[in-house]
Design a protein around this ligand. Structure first.
Ligand SMILES: Nc1ncnc2c1ncn2[C@@H]1O[C@H](COP(=O)(O)OP(=O)(O)OP(=O)(O)O)[C@@H](O)[C@H]1O
Length: 291
């Protein structure tokens, strides 16, 4: 039987290069106010998924709150999936793309208010090979940027900006074959994005059709760098030149890189080089507290 009054807070101590003390103190105060028994789990970066899964099974909290970036949020969503909990987010990463897509407030006080509130939505996830993505994953240019960022010395938005120059120089297009129930596309690509959501944490809206609860995900295929099409993206225009950009809304896809292995990232976590990814929607994956 799940207790109504237990809350687990999962904190990533290193995300976004931010001290989490204020969050811990404020969540503790709010939990006490609302008569919740609070437990805290601090991630280590090693086997967190299994440890949190076990902890949630044993503790039976009714709410699990996460203070971290997108990688931590996705990992905890996977850990609590299938268990009877609702999921609250206190944005504490460097980019916080997922939180932006949910329209979550950026201030700690307001996000704690939402995380202890009653308003929730079911959201889908995308299973990509063995990984779970709630937000945006991709192969190609952006995944190389994530790889460079992870191995760089500077965290936060400045870190991304510094690595962008290096990444644009290093990147090469690749040949890809994409098989869906809408047919087969074979093309050269700069990046293929598997998008459950709309925006990267930088605020760039990459998928104007994104809806995390619609039972589908989008494939965004950018074939080359084109400033006019990029400007259209940024201004929310959805009429694209199909020689440059292609969108598909699907439940399942197979993406094969034909000429070489390509960089792959899931919700901001670099996963290595891949030759093939298979993606499938998992409908109503978790329940998330929203404003
Ligand atoms: N205690 C820890 N020490 C080192 N790495 C950790 C620790 N806890 C979690 N991690 C790593 O943090 C990553 C997830 O970070 P997350 O996406 O939440 O934040 P972020 O916004 O990416 O933060 P940043 O942008 O500063 O990396 C995972 O790779 C995970 O292995």
């Amino acid at each position: 039987m799940f207790s109504e009054r237990k809350v687990l807070l999962v904190v990533n101590p290193i995300s976004g290069n931010k001290d989490k003390q204020e969050i811990l103190l404020k969540v503790a105060a709010r939990a006490e106010e609302d008569d919740y028994v609070l437990s805290i789990f601090s991630t280590t970066g090693i086997d967190d998924l299994n440890e949190i899964r076990e902890l949630v099974k044993n503790l039976c909290p009714s709410r699990v709150l996460v203070a971290g970036g997108d990688g931590t949020i996705s990992m905890v969503a996977e850990a609590v999936q299938g268990q009877e909990v609702i999921f609250g987010i206190i944005p504490a990463g460097s980019a916080n793309g997922l939180s932006a897509d949910f329209g979550l407030p950026v201030s700690i006080d307001e996000s704690i208010e939402v995380a202890f509130g009653e308003n929730s939505v079911h959201i889908d996830a995308v299973k990509i090979n063995e990984d779970i993505s709630l937000h945006l994953s991709d192969i190609g240019l952006n995944a190389l940027l994530v790889k460079n960022y992870e191995s760089g010395d500077t965290r936060g938005k400045l870190g991304y900006a510094l690595e962008m120059f290096k990444t644009l120089n290093e990147h090469e297009n690749f040949q890809v074959r994409i098989t869906t129930d809408q047919g087969i596309i074979e093309t050269e690509a700069l990046v293929v994005i598997i998008a459950n959501a709309k925006k990267y944490g930088t605020g760039i809206s990459i998928n104007p059709f994104g809806d995390m609860s619609d039972g589908k995900f989008e494939l965004v295929i950018a074939k080359k760098i084109d400033f006019i099409e990029t400007a259209k993206f940024l201004t929310g225009n959805t009429e694209f030149n199909h020689d440059v950009m292609e969108f598909l809304s699907v439940e399942k896809a197979k993406i094969e890189c034909l000429d070489r292995e390509v960089y792959f990232q899931v919700d901001g976590e670099y996963k290595g080089l891949v030759r093939c990814v298979e993606a499938e929607i998992l409908k109503n994956y978790v329940t998330v507290l929203v404003p």
